[in-house]
Design a protein around this ligand. Structure first.
Ligand SMILES: Cc1cc2nc3c(=O)[nH]c(=O)nc-3n(C[C@H](O)[C@H](O)[C@H](O)COP(=O)(O)OP(=O)(O)OC[C@H]3O[C@@H](n4cnc5c(N)ncnc54)[C@H](O)[C@@H]3O)c2cc1C
Length: 233
C-alpha cells in the first residue's frame, strides 16, 4: 500500500483520480479498520483545517476537527455536540473527524441526521473550485472524489438528536433529529429522510442485525412522541 501526503486539495484530488483502488484518509477510523484494503491512501491531514471558529452568524468546523473536539466546544450547537458524543468510544472520538463522518453519509451515522436537521453546509473542493453546498444536497449527489474542507451551521440552529441501538457500542437501528419544524431520520442499513415530522412514513426500511424493519418503524413512530421529548410542543 502507498500513502500519499498531498499539501493541497488540488493535489489530493488529482492523486485520487489517478489511482484505482484508493481512499482519502483523515481520522482513519474507518479506512484503517480491519477489512478495508486500498492500494493507495491519500492522507488529507497536511492541509485540512481542524479548528472551530465563529464567522458572522455561522459556526465553522474544520473537517479535521475530531468528534471529541466538537463534544468539548461550547461554540458548537448542542445538537451537534450531542450527536458527536453518541460515538461511544473516547478513543474513536479522539481520532474520528467530522469530515470523515460527514463524507461517509452513513444511515447509521453519528452525525448524519443532526447535520440534515440543522441544514448544515459543507465547503468542498470538487476538482474545479471550492463550493459551499448544503449537506442535504451533498448527501444526495456527492462524488467520492470531492474533498470536504469544513462544515458550517447557523449559530441559531439547535435541537435534539436521539440514537437508538441495541447496545451503546452497536450500530444505530435508527437515529432521529429535530431542529425547529425540520425532522431528519436515518435507519440502518441505508434509509435517510428529512422533512416534516411524519416523513419517516415514506422510508423504505429493511431488517438487519440492528433490528427488524417493523421494529425500526415502531421506533420512528414513537421517537418524538408528544410528552416524551422536552423539545416538542
Ligand atoms: C468498529 C467501528 C464502528 C463504527 N461505527 C460507526 C457508527 O456507528 N456510526 C458512524 O457514523 N461511523 C462508524 N464507524 C466509522 C467511522 O469511525 C466514523 O464514520 C468516523 O467518523 C469516520 O471519520 P474518520 O475521520 O475516521 O474518517 P476516515 O476513516 O479517515 O475516512 C472515512 C471515509 O471518509 C472519506 N473522507 C475522509 N475525510 C474526507 C474529506 N475531508 N472529504 C471527503 N471524504 C473524506 C474517506 O475517503 C473514507 O471513505 C465505525 C468504525 C469502526 C471501526
Amino acid at each position: 500500500m502507498r500513502i500519499h501526503r498531498p499539501l493541497t486539495p488540488e493535489e489530493a484530488y488529482r492523486i485520487r483520480k489517478e489511482c484505482g483502488s484508493s481512499s482519502y484518509l483523515l481520522g482513519g477510523t474507518y479506512v484503517l479498520s480491519i477489512g478495508q484494503a486500498y492500494d493507495d491512501l491519500i492522507d488529507l491531514n497536511g492541509f485540512i483545517p481542524s479548528g472551530i471558529s465563529e464567522e458572522g452568524d455561522r459556526i465553522v468546523i474544520g473537517a479535521g476537527a475530531r468528534l471529541e473536539d466538537i463534544v468539548l466546544s461550547p461554540a458548537v450547537p448542542g445538537i451537534l455536540r450531542s450527536a458527536a458524543s453518541d460515538c461511544p468510544s473516547l478513543q474513536q472520538r479522539n481520532m474520528a473527524t467530522i469530515g470523515g463522518n460527514a463524507a461517509s453519509c452513513r444511515a447509521d451515522g453519528y452525525m448524519t441526521a443532526a447535520l440534515l436537521a440543522v441544514d448544515a453546509h459543507v465547503l468542498l473542493y470538487d476538482g474545479d473550485s471550492t463550493v459551499d453546498m448544503p449537506y442535504r444536497v451533498y448527501a444526495e449527489k456527492h462524488s467520492p472524489e470531492w474533498i470536504i474542507l469544513s462544515v458550517s451551521v447557523s449559530r441559531s440552529k439547535d435541537g435534539t438528536v436521539k440514537r437508538i441501538s441495541r447496545a451503546s457500542h452497536m450500530h444505530a437501528a435508527v437515529t432521529a433529529a429535530v431542529c425547529g419544524d425540520t425532522y431528519a431520520y436515518t435507519a440502518s442499513p441505508s434509509s435517510i429522510m428529512y422533512g416534516n415530522r411524519d416523513c419517516y412514513k415514506d422510508m423504505e426500511l429493511e431488517s438487519d442485525l440492528t433490528g427488524s424493519a417493523e421494529y425500526k418503524r415502531y421506533l420512528l413512530s414513537v421517537i418524538f412522541e408528544e410528552g416524551r421529548d422536552g423539545n416538542q410542543s
